[in-house]
Design a binder for this molecule. Structure first.
Ligand code: PLP
Length: 394
């Protein structure tokens, strides 16, 4: 079988070669790190090493933050937002919002927010401005004395847009020092220079498989004193912040991937930017009618959100898959029915335009000639789908 080119790295980066190597020597990885025998202690040492490696990549060494390993960023986001009812058990409809977040967040933030709302808590979703920007002033104006958490993502997974987290922190905390701030930092990890130490947030969520580790591992990074209640109760693992026998293999892979990004991050980011420029030029040269969403402001170096008028992105995803190029569309499948992306519609795209939007998200490393081949396939496939759909729909 031909190996596919991963132009869908924001979904999963794919294993780094160093991580694949780790899987070939899984010594101690299957043992319980809480066991006091030597095998267990070796597993424990791997976890503590991974904690240091992730802390280093975050730029948080020697700081007041603690890395708590979880099953992924979804669990980390849920842990933060599930802590609200713990702190406030009787919602009062007249109160302001307990959570203020943005309309651009990942479902792993938006769904826990919906659950809070269904339990009677007021929450605010800040919409982007006409320019597609989340305004820190607008976030602040939704806060009140009732607000417990503000949650603003570091960068959007669909468009690559970078959000102004540090500005939000300074504006909100100046006015309301007791409000805690969380950021879903999944997509900025590694892909932007480490600024997480400068954000000043109380908690952030990250995920291993977005930087080349195994899926099923992530972390909630919390500032000492943030007092977050665990979502999963049981044993005393992870300093009582998250019960359950640790996923040693996943955690070790996350640590290793973090170390690789700490070492090579600058080169990786430059390579992603170069690849992005190449793909963008290749597309615009042949299809002058395509438009790139959120291309102008601060953005990730690897992501292109491409509106291709008249072409169903889902059809393209399938056609490209047959040609061994992996991409994703601006639609999420709910109960078998594709729904247009809430992010693209919040940014002002119509539902039809959102369905005609392809997400291309690049790795830092491809084999020699791979990027060029995949771009040729991309252009040929867009041409073919365009012709086919023009014939079908007139
Ligand atoms: N947040 C963002 C911005 C994401 O892109 C993702 C994954 O797609 C997640 C959260 C969820 O991460 P995980 O797969 O580790 O639960």
């Amino acid at each position: 079988m031909n190996e596919s080119s991963n132009f869908d790295a924001n979904a999963s980066y794919g294993l780094l070669p160093e991580v694949s190597e780790l899987l070939r020597s899984p010594e101690s990885l299957g043992l319980n790190p809480s066991s006091i025998h030597r095998g267990g202690q070796r597993a424990r040492a791997l976890i503590e090493r991974a904690r240091e490696q992730v802390t280093d990549l975050l730029g948080l060494k020697g700081s007041e933050y603690r890395v708590v390993f979880t099953s992924g960023a979804s669990e980390a986001n849920s842990t933060v937002l599930a802590s609200i009812p713990e702190a406030q058990t009787s919602p009062d409809k007249d109160d302001g919002s307990v959570v203020v977040t943005t309309a651009l967040e990942h479902p792993s933030v938006l769904e826990p927010v919906k659950r809070l709302e269904s339990r009677g808590f007021n929450c605010s979703l800040v919409a982007p401005t006409d320019e597609g920007i989340i305004s820190p002033e607008e976030v602040l104006s939704n806060c009140s004395a009732s607000t417990q958490w503000v949650s603003v993502m570091g960068a959007n997974n669909e468009t690559g847009q970078i959000l102004p987290v540090a500005d939000v922190v300074s504006k909100v905390q100046e006015r309301y020092p007791s409000i805690k701030i969380h950021s879903d930092a999944v997509q900025v990890l590694g892909k932007t220079e480490t600024v997480l130490d400068k954000w000043g947030v109380d908690a952030l969520s990250i995920s291993g498989h977005k930087i080349g580790a195994l899926p099923g591992v992530g972390a909630l990074v919390i500032r000492t004193g943030s007092d977050l209640a665990p979502l999963i109760l049981g044993g005393p693992q992870e300093s009582r912040y998250r019960a359950g026998t640790e996923n040693t293999l996943g955690i070790a892979s996350f640590g290793l991937a973090a170390e690789v990004w700490s070492r090579n991050g600058e080169g990786y980011r430059q390579a992603m930017e170069d690849h992005r420029r190449y793909v963008k030029a290749a597309l615009l040269e042949e299809f002058p009618d395509i438009e790139l969403n959120m291309d102008k402001g601060p953005r990730l170096p690897n992501t292109l959100s491409v509106f291709i008028p008249g072409v169903s992105a889902d059809d393209l995803v399938v056609a490209l898959d047959c040609e061994h190029v992996l991409v994703s569309s601006g639609a999420a499948c709910a109960s078998g029915k594709p729904l247009p992306s809430h992010v693209l519609t919040a940014l002002g795209r119509t539902e039809e335009e959102a369905r005609q939007t392809l997400r291309i998200s690049l790795r830092a490393e491809y084999k020699p000639g791979e990027l060029e081949r995949a771009c040729d396939v991309l252009r040929r496939t867009i041409r073919a789908v365009k012709t086919h759909e023009r014939k079908r729909y007139g």
